[in-house]
Write a protein that binds this ligand. Structure first.
Ligand code: FAD
Length: 257
């Protein structure tokens, strides 16, 4: 466990979403797709939660994309911190939500709701760096296809950056979809929840279960719906990876983004 300090970037995100960059203050090894454990000390007690790392292992600072849960225990405390304040970060990254490079499947379907884009940004930043360096060790013949859902377009967080990559490189495609277009009158893109548009894009991109690993990240309802759709379309259990960010409180069913 070590102390570290951080920078906060809010604009142009809505008030309940923000990006932080922290200096781990020493070596911090991780693979794209893993998470760090962040926390604060609250009345003499440590409160900690898992947060997917947005940055690439090539970057010096660690970046996170956070959502305020007003009734939550940790996020209101994290939200109150200002640039230069300290927070706790465990020394070891964890998680197995890393790119599947062993199965032989070379297509990777990345599906997320809002902050669930974090590990996918890390994949893409890392592979982009390799690609710029002559394609070693990645991307090889691997291709990434990313679908991100949110209620409104200003919640995407990394849309500009990911669209830039998808316009530049041959190995990455990115589509965003908004589930409440009536609250976002300027939105001209795809509408519906990610699970509503999943089949359309899987077909358009020619993704077949035998050649594609799927990665589902974020809201538990989205993960459940999407897992069901993929399984009915022929995806085997071992070809669907999941990172579920929280357990739905009882009685809350809707809103998969
Ligand atoms: C592997 C992993 C990676 C994660 N990465 C991220 C990340 O990159 N960014 C991020 O913001 N969060 C991420 N989370 C979620 C994070 O760990 C916390 O659960 C979240 O920040 C809420 O913490 P809290 O203490 O404020 O709320 P808690 O006190 O833990 O939760 C209070 C209540 O709110 C519900 N809840 C928790 N989160 C949400 C939510 N987002 N929307 C609606 N209800 C919610 C809980 O089910 C609970 O009923 C990740 C979780 C896991 C397991």
């Amino acid at each position: 466990m070590k102390r570290t300090w951080w920078e906060k970037e809010k604009w142009p995100l809505p008030p309940d979403l923000w990006i932080i960059r922290i200096e781990p203050g020493g070596p911090f090894e991780f693979r794209a797709g893993q998470y760090a454990t962040l926390g604060v000390e609250h009345e003499g007690k440590r409160i900690e939660r898992a947060y997917s790392i947005v940055s690439s292992p090539y970057d010096e600072s660690l970046e996170f994309f956070l959502e305020l849960v007003p009734q939550g225990i940790l996020t209101p405390d994290l939200f109150r911190l200002n640039k230069g304040d300290a927070l706790l970060c465990r020394k070891i990254a964890k998680g197995r939500f890393t790119l599947d490079l062993r199965s032989g499947r070379t297509h990777h379907l990345l599906v997320s709701t809002v902050t669930g884009i974090a590990p996918f940004v890390s994949y893409v930043r890392t592979i982009y760096r390799d690609w710029k360096n002559g394609g070693s060790p990645m991307p090889g013949n691997h291709k990434l296809y990313c679908l991100q859902g949110a209620s409104r377009s200003w919640e995407f967080g990394y849309r500009e950056e990911l669209e830039r990559y998808s316009n530049e490189v041959p190995w990455f495609k990115y589509v965003t979809t908004v589930s409440r277009p009536w609250e976002d009158s300027n939105w001209k893109g795809e509408t519906g929840r990610v699970d509503d548009v999943l089949r359309k894009y899987a077909d358009a991109w020619g993704l077949r279960p035998e050649a594609t690993t799927a990665y589902l990240c974020g809201n538990p309802n989205m993960v459940e719906q999407t897992r069901g759709i993929l399984q009915r379309a022929g995806w085997k259990k071992d070809a669907v990876f999941e990172e579920i960010y929280f357990q739905q409180a009882k009685g809350e069913g809707a809103g998969a983004g």
